[in-house]
Design a protein around this ligand. Structure first.
Ligand code: 26Q
Length: 833
């Protein structure tokens, strides 16, 4: 309706289609050309989606000019490049982001206005590239943006999963997973490179064969899978050096042998094809939890073998001799998932390039670096030795040899300390441990926040640290402020531009120029107005998507992240039940309306996480419908959390919930996005919350709960007794009782007894309350009370704190993070140097 009215004022599509082409603006002509060539459509007949694609193809043309030029210069001038290997790249949409980077957003906004269309509506046609689970995958995406912006030559290498992370629906309060066939209707940004296809070999046996004067291992009876690269240019802000995202897709090798079909191998042939192509079919939906499946191992070897072979092939073409490889290439492995790149390069050097072991090993050592993203033991990657050996016989024998040499070397330091050496070994107790493999080889190991880096040294990798302290470092994560501010929050971006100019988009140090305006009443009012608009924008989205009406004048409390027990969404749940209980006793217990927004996907096999989603929705039903609470508390679960919904949700937040058990969240990056958009952190001293605290100071953050050392001590001495807290604290008791007394609507009384039990008694493999929820409950309540009082009593004081958060968030730009990686690890030269 509204759009038709708009169209009446402006030239509409049908009218424009009649116009002689010569009279139209250039951009319109170009879009028309793409519509015709790619879809056989006109302005009048094209769908919104086709208009999106046609305009995206125009933008792509502009990017391709830069990209091709940069690539040829990097090759010709022999510039060193970083290869960022990652099983996940959580890219989200590229359209608006690319326009901002290319400086053509306003041009296209006007073009679409001319056509009577809204740019945002066109942008909404793009599907998210959701090729990641959470933090680790999104970090890879932010890093590519910053690498391109800083004009450091870079290639991200990953898997072109046909199905990204599942789409989530909530049906009767429960998570239901649906396929995410994101590529079904084509992905406009990619370019297939069939000429750079690579063969990857699995299965079979190794035979030692005499060749010339020595025994050489020969891989026999292997099965072949083809790896086809698809390259995506990644633009940087005003950058002449776009990065490349290279995604590998699995393809079966063509069978030329008609004989096989004659012999009734028809089914086998088709089955083999399906097996081969299954490799890049789907992303495993586990976050911070390993799934030691054969297909998963196939995926990782597929990615690493294709990548390493293509690096070797290119280097030989350009420079001939592999010994110079470290002058041109450095490889960062994003957690242990791409670790097989290490033995794969060993294999090529030893078996195909005639290196001896020591030379090969030295080269590999100088090439690879490893970032650790988790200390959770259930997330540390281990593979069953027998499975590994069957799938990758040659890689297995190389890993065995590495293990032997490593253990012998360790024995020099830890003489006959067999316990310690078996803990550190790469292969032990029938398992291959990828983190240990990395530690044994790479030049640098880094944690992703200062605290996390310390924990690696003091706890997880303490034995390695003693042997080789210089290897360890911490580089605090970051986020690209282009996407998380300029794209996600145009209102705030415009306001900032008005006050401090627009240099901050390319230079994170400019953020601090906002600081003086934290004292400026007019600025604060405008800042508050932007927040209000963002709440309304989110409300419109939720109304449309989920049919819920948000109370937009309330305080917005946001917890958005993967669902995991250590992130303690359950603590938030108990908090809301506590407020509910208090309001039942005294309807004036609080007078500040609060909207609690949750957004989270649970791994499909993680029953307890799914039950917590069920609980959040049950609590929502309880408080949103109770006449005592419905005007004060609103609980909303946002479906299908992903990059695009995060871009709408985060700018609307007042409070950022970062309440993990201290020591367990390696860094967190959502905390940074929320801070940048002016939400105040309610957090434990965990991960990068510590650095946020250091940046904003104690007056602009709400810190509560046990510190890492306290948690560590309680675990070590097993002296935590949640039952005692239950006995002493009536609020804890009353909140917990709601889980099992039938108060919660729409579920059986037994639905949440598992959660109740786990908090009070533990289960077969855990002690009671292993994440210390009850321990931190009282401190959380107290701290939240402080926050809501501040918000209510002094709204401008609150806005002032919010502005300080935005002003201090420059440190968390991934531009800073990448600069640090480059100075301390990669040593790349700027493209223009
Ligand atoms: C491992 C083995 C086999 C199968 C799956 C996995 C697996 C998959 C995903 C293990 C871990 C992950 C994801 C980890 C992750 O996202 N970690 C997060 O990384 C962020 C970026 O550094 C941090 O900010 C978060 O604190 C950390 O949880």
């Amino acid at each position: 309706m509204e759009k038709e009215m708009n169209n009446a004022k402006k030239p509409n599509r049908a009218a424009l289609a009649e116009k002689p082409a010569g009279k139209l603006p250039n951009e319109v002509k170009e879009i028309l050309g793409k519509l015709k060539r790619h879809f056989g459509k006109t302005l009048e007949t094209a769908s919104m989606e086709e208009l999106y694609k046609a305009s995206a193809l125009c933008i792509r043309d502009e990017i391709l000019d830069l990209w091709m030029n940069a690539n040829s210069r990097v090759e010709k001038e022999g510039k060193k490049q970083v290869y960022y290997l990652s099983a996940e790249f959580l890219m989200g949409r590229a359209y608006t982001n690319n326009m901002i980077n290319m400086g053509i957003l306003e041009k296209y906004r006007k073009t679409f206005e001319f056509l009577g269309l809204d740019l945002n509506e066109v942008a909404d046609q793009e599907k998210d590239a959701g090729l990641g689970n959470g933090g680790l995958g999104r970090l890879a995406a932010c890093f590519l943006d910053s690498l391109a912006t800083l004009e450091l030559p870079a290639v991200g290498c990953g898997i072109r999963y046909e199905y990204g992370l599942f789409r989530q629906r909530i049906v009767d309060g429960e998570q239901v997973e649906m396929e995410d066939n994101w590529i079904e209707d084509g992905f406009v940004w990619e370019i297939e490179r069939p000429d750079e296809e690579i063969e990857v070999h699995f299965d079979g046996e190794i035979e030692e064969v005499w060749m010339e004067d020595k025994m050489v291992p020969v891989h026999k009876n292997y099965t072949t899978v083809l790896a086809v690269p698809y390259d995506v240019p990644i633009t940087g802000y005003q950058s002449k050096c776009p990065a490349t995202l290279r995604l590998w897709s699995a393809k079966a090798k063509k069978r030329f042998d008609i004989k096989d079909f004659d012999q009734g191998k028809y089914f086998q042939a088709i089955q083999e094809r399906e097996m081969a192509e299954a490799i890049s079919k789907v992303l495993y939906p586990n976050d911070n939890h390993e799934q030691g499946k054969l297909l998963r191992l196939r995926q990782f070897y597929f990615l690493t073998s294709a990548t390493i072979q293509s690096i070797v092939r290119k280097h030989k073409r350009l420079h001939g001799n592999l010994r110079t490889l470290p002058n041109y290439v450095t490889i960062q492995i994003n957690d242990t998932h791409p670790t097989l790149a290490i033995p794969e390069l060993m294999r090529i050097l030893l078996d195909e390039e005639g290196f001896n072991w020591d030379d090969a090993f030295a080269l590999v050592q100088s090439l690879f670096n490893y970032t650790n993203h988790t200390i959770l033991s259930e997330a540390l990657e281990r593979w069953d030795e027998q499975m590994f050996k069957l799938l990758l016989p040659r890689i297995y024998s190389i890993v065995q040899a590495m293990n032997e040499k490593y253990c012998r070397w360790l024995n020099k330091f830890y003489k006959n300390d067999m316990d310690r050496i078996s803990r550190m070994a790469i292969v032990a107790y029938g398992q291959i441990r990828m983190a240990n493999l990395c530690l044994a080889v790479v030049g640098h190991v880094n944690g992703v926040s200062q605290l996390h880096g310390d924990i690696l040294k003091k706890e997880l990798f303490v034995d390695e640290y003693r042997v080789n302290p210089g290897k360890f470092m911490a580089i605090t994560n970051g986020i690209t402020h282009r996407r998380w501010l300029a794209v996600a929050n145009p209102g705030l971006t415009q306001l900032m531009t008005e006050y401090i100019g627009n240099r901050f988009v390319g230079d994170y140090r400019e953020f601090e120029k906002l600081l003086p305006f934290a004292e400026d009443e007019t600025f604060l009012k405008k800042y508050a107005a932007v927040k209000q608009e963002n709440k309304k924008r989110l409300a419109a989205y939720l109304e449309k998507k989920q049919g819920v009406q948000l109370h937009t004048d309330a305080l917005f409390d946001v917890q958005c992240k993967r669902l995991h027990e250590y992130k303690r969404q359950l603590l938030k749940c108990l908090h809301i039940l506590y407020l509910y209980n208090k309001l039942q006793e005294n309807p004036n217990f609080i007078t500040q309306p609060i909207v609690f927004l949750f957004a989270a996907k649970a791994a499909p096999g993680y029953a307890r996480a799914k039950n917590i989603i069920r609980l959040i929705n049950a609590i929502g039903e309880l408080v949103n419908n109770d006449p005592v609470t419905r005007d004060l508390l609103q609980v909303v679960f946002i479906e299908n959390y992903g990059v695009s919904s995060a871009q709408l949700l985060i700018p609307a937040a007042d409070i950022s919930e970062q309440i993990s058990t201290a020591g367990m969240e390696a860094s967190g990056t959502g905390n940074m996005k929320l801070m940048m958009n002016g939400a105040l952190t309610m957090g434990t001293m965990d991960g990068a919350n510590v650095e946020i605290y250091e940046q904003v100071g104690p007056d602009n953050i709400f810190i509560f709960g046990a510190r890492e050392e306290e948690i560590f001590a309680m675990k070590r001495y097993s002296n935590y007794r949640p039952g005692e807290i239950y006995e002493k604290n009536i609020d804890v008791r009353n909140a917990l009782t709601r889980l099992i007394d039938g108060s919660l609507p729409g579920v059986s009384v037994h639905q949440f007894s598992d959660l109740y039990q786990s908090l009070l008694f533990g289960d077969y493999n855990n002690s009671a309350d292993p994440y210390f929820v009850l321990h931190d409950f009282a401190a959380y309540i107290h701290t939240f009370d402080r926050a809501r009082h501040k918000y209510q009593r002094n709204p401008m004081g609150w806005m002032k704190m919010a502005v300080v958060n935005t002003a201090k968030s420059g440190f968390f730009s991934s531009d800073r993070t990448i600069r640090e990686y480059n100075e301390r690890i990669w040593h790349l030269h700027h493209f223009a140097e």
